[in-house]
Ligand binder design. Structure first.
Ligand SMILES: NC(=O)c1ccc[n+]([C@@H]2O[C@H](COP(=O)([O-])OP(=O)(O)OC[C@H]3O[C@@H](n4cnc5c(N)ncnc54)[C@H](O)[C@@H]3O)[C@@H](O)[C@H]2O)c1
Length: 252
């Protein structure tokens, strides 16, 4: 079932592939006007052609560019953003190395895309949402917001924990203005080359153990995550704020 997002302006970051694409599709199905950004130009073109998403290349590690994009969306739509989905993230091509070997640049890159961008975009959308007296922000966190990460990337785990803190704090700050802020915590989903590499790097025994630790005995799909995001952004979730919803098939 699609939720009704008719006439809503929805912004999705990291929209080109994986969860972001599925999330965009869910909002399009609900009748929203969807704006997506990413750094993958080819996939953005496809997103526009196939789903009608108004797709723009924005590097969200540049906070000024992130804010400028929101201003551009508001000008184009002629209204404030109704729904912001902070989905862009990931490990920036990194894998686990001992903490003694983590460079400042590597740390900053992961913190910036998973946490800094969510702050910059929330900041850019807040004024319009507060003036309107309505809005929803959904942050795509991770199981790594609640416990250690399967990736072993320290900055990723720290950033996702930080994103949960931002979710809780902004829910309190923006709630009096009618703005809800929530997060989803997906389990591992094979969405892209990086997650395929990660999965292939596990032994067959480890793969079996990962699936065995999931009550529903399967890995998640991008659509599973998109459905949860759409629910949290919808009017059906109008009394839910400051929450983190695990979408992991019942993982131990
Ligand atoms: N796939 C998983 O198993 C999993 C599990 C838990 C959480 N997550 C989180 O879900 C979100 C989506 O993950 P995914 O697996 O679909 O894809 P992903 O982690 O590879 O990245 C999401 C998108 O963000 C874009 N992006 C990266 N850097 C960017 C930048 N500087 N500016 C703009 N866009 C940028 C990427 O191009 C990509 O399209 C991420 O936040 C990720 O951390 C993923």
């Amino acid at each position: 079932m699609s939720h009704n997002f008719k006439d809503r302006v929805v912004v999705v970051t990291g929209a080109a592939i994986g969860f972001g694409r599925a999330i965009s599709q869910a909002f399009v199905a609900g009748g929203a006007r969807v704006y997506g950004c990413d750094i993958r130009q080819d996939e953005l073109n496809t997103l526009h052609e196939q789903l009608g998403v108004l797709a723009t290349r924005v590097d969200l590690t540049d906070r000024a560019a992130a804010a400028a994009w929101i201003a551009q969306v508001e000008a184009d739509a002629g209204q404030a953003v109704d729904v912001l989905v902070n989905n862009a993230g990931g490990v920036a091509g990194q894998s686990n190395v001992p903490i003694e070997e983590v460079s400042d640049a590597a740390w900053d890159a992961v913190i910036e895309i998973n946490l800094g961008a969510a702050m910059a975009l929330s900041r850019a959308c807040a004024r319009g949402m507060k003036t309107k007296g309505a809005g929803a922000i959904v942050n795509v966190a991770s199981g790594a917001a609640l416990k250690a990460s399967l990736t072993g990337v320290q900055a990723y785990c720290a950033a996702k924990h930080g994103l949960l803190g931002l979710t809780r704090q902004l829910a309190q700050e923006l709630g009096p203005f009618g703005v809800r802020v929530n997060a989803v915590a997906p389990g591992f989903v094979r969405t892209n080359a990086a997650t395929e590499r990660q999965w292939a790097g596990y032994s067959q025994e480890r793969q079996a153990a990962i699936i065995d630790a999931i009550a529903l005995r399967r890995l998640g799909r991008a659509e599973d995550i998109a459905n949860a995001v759409a629910f949290l952004a919808s009017d059906e979730a109008s009394f839910i704020s400051g929450e983190i919803l695990s979408v992991n098939g019942g993982s131990r």
